[in-house]
Write a protein that binds this ligand. Structure first.
Ligand SMILES: [Zn+2]
Length: 426
């Protein structure tokens, strides 16, 4: 299982060192703003490098999903638990959220694994995706409202590619189509680094700079002509399949409109994936693609980012089996979403005792009244409004759970369940 971008095994420094120079946490700095926004969310925006209020109204959230070809590790779980908590939190505030999380069901990784194991690529993808969803739901994650598959969106993808060619920002060469990065002066504004840095990172993440069909080594593929033995779909440029970046542009805009409120994913998707999405979408529509970009930090295992080829993976399923869903969730959320962290092999989760303690205090607590919830939720919601400070939110749940006041414990349970997705099951 790879979230796109996690397939490449790069070592430290993480992208955070390139794209997120502002230090976390911004607690003190935001305290006065929090009062003004009355618990409204302030979130770090990767494109402005600032903590900013989220626009009002309904929220469209698109999170880049998995490429299903292998088992999920803790890095995947961290990303999807973070966005699950964001959805829960916004809904708790009364915001209407449409959560779209795609499935990259046709991709080099899926085809390679299918070839290697002698399996049908579609069967392999379906099976691994079902396993992923099962593990995410065991962990307490809500299902996305829409889980679109790339292979179901060929007309939408081709329509965008056609218009990009018409607008002369993309070109066809021998049945493949590429985005011409030199035609977009703003290309790479999310990553915000030099051409050489962009090329270096892109090459580490699946770019083929020596592709003779390209005009520029940094140009990226929108449609790739069929190779021997690969599945293909008809197109105006001949049989082939889409590039990865264009799939997300097509699915995001189809379900959430031309401008979406929040686009998220793992931090290793900033470049080239998300910059490519911006370039494609904005050249297609002429309007802003995303208000707020949110990226979850990488999980390391020792020196290196958790990855398949190094074998330094900690599997979600094993961690849950050895502890409990609440213990794993508390462990993940005890790290701020923008803070890279280490999960040593065989270390287990250090939150087993905390999960047991909260469960002892809260398992039998009933529902709070609206007045009780309002009375006790302030510090918790302050923490969440402060760029999703889940470590502080957990500390507040722990504090309330130890209260002599039954109403405080009732409030703690409701907040923990509804916003953090904990169960407090005995
Ligand atoms: Zn994506």
């Amino acid at each position: 299982m790879a979230e796109h971008g996690t397939r490449m095994e790069e070592d430290r420094p993480a992208l955070s060192h390139y794209v997120m120079p502002l230090t976390w946490p911004p607690r003190r700095r935001c305290a006065s703003i929090l009062r003004v926004t009355a618990f409204g969310p302030l979130l770090y925006n990767s494109v402005s490098h600032k903590v900013e209020p989220l626009p009002g109204g309904d929220v469209g959230l698109y999170v880049c999903g998995v490429t299903p070809y292998d088992t999920s590790h803790l890095g995947h779980a961290f990303t999807y638990v973070v966005f699950d908590v964001l959805v829960r939190y916004l809904r708790f505030l009364g915001r209407r959220v449409t959560y779209v999380q795609n499935v990259t069901d046709i991709d080099d990784d899926v085809l390679l694994r299918a070839n290697k194991t002698g399996r049908d690529w579609k069967e392999l993808g379906d099976e691994e995706y079902a396993g992923f969803r099962q593990q995410m739901s065991r962990l307490g994650n809500l299902d996305p409202d829409v889980a679109p598959r790339a292979t179901d969106h060929m007309p939408e993808i081709q329509q965008i590619v056609e218009r990009l060619i018409d607008k002369d920002v993309a070109y066809e060469n021998k049945h493949s189509v590429y985005f011409d990065v030199k035609k977009d002066p703003k290309f790479g504004r999310l990553f915000n680094h030099s051409y050489d840095s962009m090329l270096q990172i892109a090459n580490e993440r699946g770019n083929f700079p020596a592709d003779p069909l390209k005009r520029d080594p940094l140009d990226f593929v929108l449609w790739q002509g069929q190779k021997d033995g690969e599945p293909a779909w008809d197109s105006p440029w001949g049989p082939g399949r889409p590039g990865w970046h264009i799939e997300c542009s097509a699915m995001a805009m189809k379900y959430l409109g031309e401008t979406i409120t929040i686009h998220g994913g793992g931090e290793d998707l900033v470049f080239p994936h998300h910059d490519a999405e911006i370039a494609q979408s904005e050249n297609y529509t002429g309007v802003l693609f995303v208000h707020h970009w949110l990226h979850a930090a990488m999980v390391y295992c020792g020196e290196h980012k958790m990855s398949k080829s190094l074998g330094n993976m900690v599997f979600v399923r094993e961690l849950i089996d050895d502890s409990s869903p609440d213990a794993v969730r508390l462990h993940l959320l005890s790290h701020h979403y923008r803070e890279p962290w280490d999960q040593p092999l065989d270390a287990g989760v250090p939150t087993v005792e905390l999960a047991a303690k909260l469960s002892r205090s809260l398992a039998d607590a009933g529902d709070p009244s609206d007045a009780e919830l309002e009375r006790y939720r302030g510090a918790f919601l302050d923490a969440m409004a402060n760029d999703l400070d889940t470590p502080a939110a957990i500390a507040e749940i722990e504090r309330l759970s130890g209260s002599e006041e039954p109403a405080a414990r009732r409030a703690a349970k409701a907040l923990g369940q509804r916003v953090l997705g904990l169960t407090f099951a005995a």
